[in-house]
Write a protein that binds this ligand. Structure first.
Ligand SMILES: [Fe+2]
Ligand SMILES: [Fe+2]
Length: 223
């Protein structure tokens, strides 16, 4: 069940906050493997096979920091949130999805809509009930185009969706989408993405990752 969204910003967590490199804590367990198997074709679009598992690992950490959150809801929603990219025109992803007012591009609404269709397609045969599927879709729908989060779980998914970009793998992949060099892209992360984070644990993780990635990629010199 979704948890009411706290009003404090950033939202403080009550559990442990792990700011170590994300590669040290891959998402544990195999209960989501049947879902992964069901969406392999959709993971081949737009780097989803990198973005989704790394974001899931961050979501697991955020759930540790917010033990009151519905962990399964957060995990399944982050796992499926961008699968809709696999069902939209690939050409339009880069042409429209990352230029101009990219957050409001028609292709963004389309990938959210398709992501909900995929969730409704793959989850029921795997035993997830209608109410759970509805809650997953409520998070997927508008995850990029909506301004505000509707629940704590929604907020955690939104933060996990941003956190992966701070790891060097995220920088390697996403800087190319925006046609930016790593130095410029890490500047953008600091100026635009950090202020969008909703929770204090995500803020701590993003800051630690950004410092590590900048040092690793020598962005102070190579610019
Ligand atoms: Fe998205
Ligand atoms: Fe995403």
């Amino acid at each position: 069940m979704p948890t009411a969204l706290p009003t404090a910003r950033p939202i403080p967590g009550s559990g442990p906050v792990d700011t170590s490199p994300i590669s040290l804590t891959p998402a544990p367990g195999d209960d989501l493997d049947p879902i992964w198997k069901a969406v392999v074709p959709e993971t081949r679009a737009r780097g989803n096979d990198i973005h989704l598992p790394i974001s899931l690992a961050y979501a697991e950490r955020l759930c540790d920091a917010f033990p009151e959150a519905d962990r399964l809801l957060v995990r399944v929603a982050i796992q499926l949130h961008d699968t809709g990219w696999g069902r939209v025109d690939e050409e339009r992803i880069l042409a429209e999805g990352f230029t101009g007012d990219w957050r409001k591009a028609q292709i963004r609404y389309e990938h959210e809509r398709q992501g909900c269709l995929i969730a409704r397609e793959v989850l029921p045969p795997l035993g997830y009930d209608g109410e759970f599927v509805r809650q997953v879709c409520a998070i997927i729908d508008g995850h990029d185009t909506r301004q505000e989060a509707h629940s704590l779980e929604d907020a955690l998914v939104r933060d996990a969706d941003r956190l992966w970009r701070f790891d060097h793998a995220g920088i390697a992949l996403a800087s190319g989408w925006f046609r930016m060099d790593p130095a410029l892209y890490t500047d953008r992360l600091e100026a635009e993405i950090i202020p969008e984070l909703l929770t204090a644990p995500a803020l701590a993780m993003a800051t630690a990752d950004l410092n590590r990635s900048r040092a690793l990629l020598k962005t102070a010199v190579i610019r």
